[in-house]
Design a protein around this ligand. Sequence first.
Ligand SMILES: Cc1cc2nc3c(=O)[nH]c(=O)nc-3n(C[C@H](O)[C@H](O)[C@H](O)COP(=O)(O)OP(=O)(O)OC[C@H]3O[C@@H](n4cnc5c(N)ncnc54)[C@H](O)[C@@H]3O)c2cc1C
Length: 522
Amino acid sequence: MFLSRHGIQPLLVEKRTGTSLLPRAPGLQARTMELFRAAGVAPQVRALEMGDSHAYFEGGILRVDTFADIANAVVLEAPSLDGPTISPERVMGCGQDRYERVLVDLARQTGAQIRFGCRLVSFDQDPDGVTALLEDVESGERRTVRAAYLVGADGARSRVREQLGVTRTGRGTVFHALSIYFRSTRLEQLLDGRKFILCYATAGGMVGLSRLHGRDPWLAAPVYRPDLGESPEDFDDERCLAVLRTAAGSADLDVEIMAKVPWEGAQLVAERFRVDRVFLAGDAAHVHPPAGGFGANTGIHDAHNLAWKLAAQLKGWAGDGLLDSYHAERQPLGTAMAAQAMVRNRIRHGYASDKDRAEMVDDIIITLGYRYRSDLIAQAEEGDVLTPRLELTGEPGTRAPHVWLDRDGERLSTVDLFWSSYVLLTREDGHAWCDAAARIADRLRVPLRAYRVGPGGDLVDADGDWARRFGVPPGGAVLVRPDAFVAWRGGSSGGVDEETVLAGVVAQATGGRSAVASGPGR
Ligand SMILES: Cc1cc2nc3c(=O)[nH]c(=O)nc-3n(C[C@H](O)[C@H](O)[C@H](O)COP(=O)(O)OP(=O)(O)OC[C@H]3O[C@@H](n4cnc5c(N)ncnc54)[C@H](O)[C@@H]3O)c2cc1C
């Protein structure tokens, strides 16, 4: 969907006959909603929100003896997930089965070809492209297609990753669980209206009940122990009924089992996210336990990070360094994310150490406060990928701060400025920067727009505070990438003029090619 919105027409092959039938990942983070907003599809996704979903997030992660004892729940985690000064968007709850369908429609509307019931069998790559062998799942008919690039977004057991020979590091499988989808008319009454993301009942084992998945059907997931000889086959309907009634603390709870899906909580991160013309994204690149709800969100963030870079390369204005930055930026983040999911997993399963608790970083930092340190980022500061506190200050490598702006009577966030081009923001007297940006955009053939911000400028910041929030010095400017990450900030000094400074940082931020640009234009 992101590629097609950037004007590229990808082919997606999916061996299943349609999108997910199960709600799987139901929590869309504020940053994920920002990405949909940037692509112009946030209203369509927001329309799917399960009513009053924010109240469920506010309820956090709970532990109880039984669900009937919800009044005595212990709050294990009360994550901060959004906030009006951090993001123009809020988290939302919606099943993956619902938003996948909408994303497919939106991708098709802008030219993506999507083929269900079609399997990738193998591929070969050469310096000019990738040749993929595809098979129609029903007829067995095979054909080859030729593409410029291949993205292996084929899940945890990725065939693409295996064929590339890319290894993964991490703890591997850490627990086994069974998702039980069921109907129950009396469970809501038992919960007494209490809202939460997830509640673990400890009576008779560990059973997590998800509220974000809704209640038609409900989703509860007991953990099972293969090391004690247990397997998913042991969980016939009778056993599931017993497990759910024990967890509920209600021997006569009405339960109708709808589906059972075994899955593993694992921590594994691919050592390379790029091998020449082939990329890995989503679960193919990193898996972590669902604690934190990072899985689908991180995959969507991978896709967003990669899409504009692929589009730039295909449109001819980027250097190959731009594609290299995908691994440099997303792999450390996938690793940090997986580690944080593991910490949460240990806390929720009751065997966390003091060190685990000290290492746990708040959700909002993980989803919005991380920083990239690739060759594209000028003056990237040393430090962890996850900052200890959420402070979006315009530091190069971090998501640009969210500041409300007025553009000819229209209210928009700074975050709304970033999608298809680099953006230079300068103070209202920054005419020299804007003129330099126009000349560089023309000369280097890079999409680059410039705005003077302040009363009398192109954009007016509601609080008169944007330059402080972005850390832009008097006479200076900040360059933000199409994905809303800060590429550079600073001023012209020491006899070096704006155009020379900007030409250097734009060349760096576009992966090198612009320094000698001769692309086909914007
Ligand atoms: C119980 C549970 C709860 C979860 N909760 C959350 C949550 O709250 N928030 C969150 O962010 N994440 C959550 N996750 C994780 C989330 O569901 C996954 O991270 C996400 O679906 C991964 O997306 P993906 O597209 O990378 O992989 P997948 O969803 O696995 O999709 C890969 C697709 O590739 C297809 N495929 C594979 N091989 C081929 C081939 N050779 N040819 C063609 N097609 C192929 C598969 O059929 C599949 O549809 C949860 C997971 C579970 C199990």
